[in-house]
Ligand binder design. Structure first.
Ligand code: S3P
Length: 169
């Protein structure tokens, strides 16, 4: 049992943060918060709509404010958006308030999981592979800086990942 008040999942789109996070919470009797869903609930707008109306900067401000509110709580499994680590203040807050796991997946695994997804504005262009590669290169050092542990979700079945990660909180 780790002493951190929350289990925080960071990592790129399609790494399994939300699906594995939800399972861990259900299995270990913890609350589950998906930060993107929380933002959608608070605003009544889809993430894609927020990007369209307020730009990425507007979305990042909402993401920062929502993270700060949610991290006050404890005994939560928190799935963050892939870009939450871009903000240095978010990175230190996540580490201070949680045991942070970097959920890693390779680009092929991400693509398989995101194949039919139309909800991610950053992947709406012609070349999602190129975008995923660029984001992975830009963000790898940020995930490494923020996380206490890296967990490769590719080879793990969901149940196995749930069992291993659930013991961290
Ligand atoms: C983003 C990832 C998304 C969402 C938004 C931006 C990113 O979350 O926050 O579309 O910058 O990588 P998921 O990682 O849950 O897909």
């Amino acid at each position: 049992m780790h002493s951190a008040p929350n289990l925080v999942l960071v990592g790129p789109m399609g790494a399994g943060k939300s699906s594995i996070g939800r399972r861990i919470a259900a299995r270990f009797g913890l609350a589950f918060v998906d930060i993107d869903q929380e933002i959608e609930q608070r605003t009544g707008a889809r993430i894609s709509m927020i990007f369209e109306c307020e730009g990425e900067a507007g979305f990042r401000a909402r993401e920062r404010a929502t993270l700060a509110d949610i991290l006050v709580g404890s005994r939560q499994v928190i799935a963050t958006g892939g870009g939450a680590v871009l903000d240095p203040g978010n990175r230190s807050l996540l580490r201070a308030r949680g045991f942070v796991v970097h959920m890693h997946a390779d680009i092929d695994t991400q693509l398989t999981r995101l194949a039919r997804d139309r909800t991610r504005p950053l992947l709406a262009g012609d070349n999602p592979v190129e975008v995923l590669r660029r984001l992975a290169a830009e963000r790898a050092p940020l995930y490494a800086e923020c996380a206490h542990l890296r967990f490769d979700t590719g080879p793990h079945a969901c149940n196995e990942a749930t069992a291993q990660l659930g013991h961290l909180i």
